[in-house]
Design a protein around this ligand. Structure first.
Ligand code: GTP
Ligand code: MG
Length: 186
């Protein structure tokens, strides 16, 4: 629908919204494409810091009989923790995300993406804290699970994350149905 940095630029839609947050390069844009079965809807890149704006996508929702049931909006947020941006840019990122989370009453929930191979860092924890303070439901998704052997996934998740996470891969589509179920429940 639209890209924006400030609340004045958000599309004036009233449909419910689901947002995707996480560190740069963790696979947010790839996940939007994977769960929508699209290849190039959200732009992805091997270079961290690809998504710089808040991008709003309109998503049609069908019921079990494949009848159009309504609409949702998916929001691809710029990543945090991109080492090559300066302090001023990091601060403007924080303000942009905080303004979005605080000023979007139609926001149903957030998918918080972390790389399955790494423990949470302080920015992930700050993000979790922001979501808890704003009382926004969120699900932690551990991305790039295809980078681990199948037998390692459960043990690495247990080692890296002190709470339940959904292992996910945009490549193999692992976890897609779990994420869609969560969105459906919301
Ligand atoms: P920013 O927009 O910079 O914040 O990044 P992003 O979180 O949107 O990441 P993006 O989807 O652009 O993916 C970053 C890189 O990781 C790309 O090279 C993707 O191909 C790769 N990638 C994303 N998801 C997966 C995955 O599930 N498995 C593997 N192996 N690679 C992935
Ligand atoms: Mg992106």
């Amino acid at each position: 629908m639209k890209s924006a940095t400030k609340p004045q630029g958000y599309p004036p839609v009233s449909c419910k919204e689901v947002a995707f947050v996480g560190r740069s390069n963790v696979g947010k844009s790839s996940m939007i494409n994977a769960i929508l079965g699209r290849k190039l809807l959200a732009k992805t890149s091997g270079r961290p810091g690809k998504t710089q704006l808040i991008n709003f996508f309109r998503v049609g929702v069908k019921d079990d009989a494949q009848e159009q049931k309504g609409e949702l909006s998916f929001v691809d947020l710029p990543g945090y923790g991109y080492a090559k941006v300066n302090l001023q840019e990091k601060e403007s990122w924080r303000r942009m995300i905080q303004a979005y989370l605080a000023g979007r009453p139609q926001l149903l929930g957030v998918l918080l993406l972390v790389d399955i191979r790494h423990k949470l860092d302080f920015k992930d924890e700050l993000m979790q804290q922001m979501l808890q303070e704003q009382k926004i439901p969120y699900l932690v998704v551990a991305t790039k699970s295809d980078k681990l052997g199948v037998s390692k996934v459960a043990s690495i998740c247990k080692k890296n994350f002190p709470f339940a996470v959904v292992p996910f891969s945009s490549k193999s589509k692992k976890g897609v149905s779990k994420v869609l179920e969560w969105i459906n429940e919301l």
